[in-house]
Ligand binder design. Sequence first.
Ligand code: AMP
Length: 399
Amino acid sequence: MKKSIKDLGDIKGKRALIRVDINVPLDENKNVTDDTRIQAIVPTVNYLKEKGAKIILMAHLGRPKGERKPEFSLEPVAKYMAKVFGEEIVFIPSVEEAAPFVEKLQDGQIALLENIRYYKAEEAKDDDMTFAEELAKLGDFYVNDAFGAAHRNHTSTAKVAKLVKPAVSGLLMEKELRCLSQALDNPTRPFTAVVGGAKVSSKIGVLENLIDKVDNLIIGGGMAYTFVKANGGKIGNSICEDDQLEVAKAIEKKAAEKGVKLVMATDVLATNDFSGNGENKFVAINEIPDGFEGVDAGPDSRKAFAEVLKSSKTILMNGPVGAFENPKFAEGTKAVLEAIVEATKNGATSVIGGGDSVSAAKKFCKAEDFTHVSTGGGASLEFIEGKVLPGVAALDDAE
Ligand code: AMP
C-alpha cells in the first residue's frame, strides 16, 4: 500500500506538485472531444483545493518527442478545465518561467504547466536528475494521480517523486491500485478473467500471471484462433500467430495443472469480408472454411461465457471477444459485458482493465455498471502482468 493524499497532515498554503493524466483527444478546432480523463482527476484536485493547497498540475499531451510543437500545447485543455472547475486555470507556458507563476498562486488555486513532453529530459532513460530538480523546486509535496502514465519511468512520473517528499498517490491512483490489486491478490471466488484482443503475443504476460490466480479463464477474440490451430483445428483465414502455437499449448497445459477451467469459444461468427458487407455465418471454431475468418463469438459461446460470468464473484476483463468496432461483429463482446453487468448487480466485483475493453464497456454499457473501469490502458496491462509500475514504486509506502 502506498501513502495517499488522505494521509497528509495540514497542507494549507503548501504547494502540491501533481502529475495527472489529461491526455485527452482534441478535434481540429482544439475542442476536447472526450473529457473522461479530466473528470477522473476532479476528486483529487477538489480534495486538495478544499484543504487549501496550491495546485500545480503537470501532464503530457500526445507525443511531441521533446520539442515545443504548438499542436501539442495543453493551453486549450486548460481553457476546457476552467469550465469543469468553474474557475480560471493559471496556464504556465514553460518550466523555465514557472517560479513567478507559482509564487503568485493563492491557496486553493489551480495551475497547469505546459506539456511536460516538450522537454527531452522528461522521457530520457538516464540517471540525470537536473530536470527533476527543476520541477522539484515547484512543490512542497508530490502527488501522482496519473495511473495511465504510471508504467512510464519518466521524470514527472518517477524521478520527481524521489526528490519531493512526501510523495503520495491521488484519489484516482489510489482507486486504480485498490481495485486492481483487490481483484488480483484477494479475490472473492470464483474469480474469472476474460482475456481477449487480437494477439496472444501481446497478452502472454497477462495470461501467465492470471493463470496462477483465477478459477476460470475465458479466452476469446482474435487470440483464440492461435489456440485452435495449436490443437489442429481448421481456422480458415482467421488471425493467427504461428510463432505462438507452442505458447498457446503451454498455457493450456499450465491451466490443466493448476485446475483452472479454460473456457474457449466453440462457435464463431465467420466472415469473408472484414468490412462486414460480405457473407457472415456461424460455424464451429475449429471448422472455419477457407476464405472466412472468425470475428466474433457465436451464440453457444456467448451462452457459455455468460454462464461462467454470472456465477463469478470477481471478474477481470482485458480485451474484447470479437472485432466489436464493427456493429456486425459486436454481439459477443456485448453479451460478455452484459453478463458482467448482471453479475455486478448480484454482488460481484468487476474490473475492466485496458484500452479496448474500456471503450467497448462504455459503448455497450455504462461505466457505473462496473465496480471499476480502469483509466490506464498500458498501465493496467502491465499491472495485470504483475509488473512493478515505476510511477507507483516511487511513491512513499503507507505506514
Ligand atoms: P488488443 O489491443 O490486443 O486488446 O486487441 C483489441 C482489438 O482486437 C480490437 O480492436 C478488436 O477489434 C480486435 N479483435 C478482437 N477479435 C478479433 C478477431 N477475431 N479478428 C480480428 N481482430 C479482432
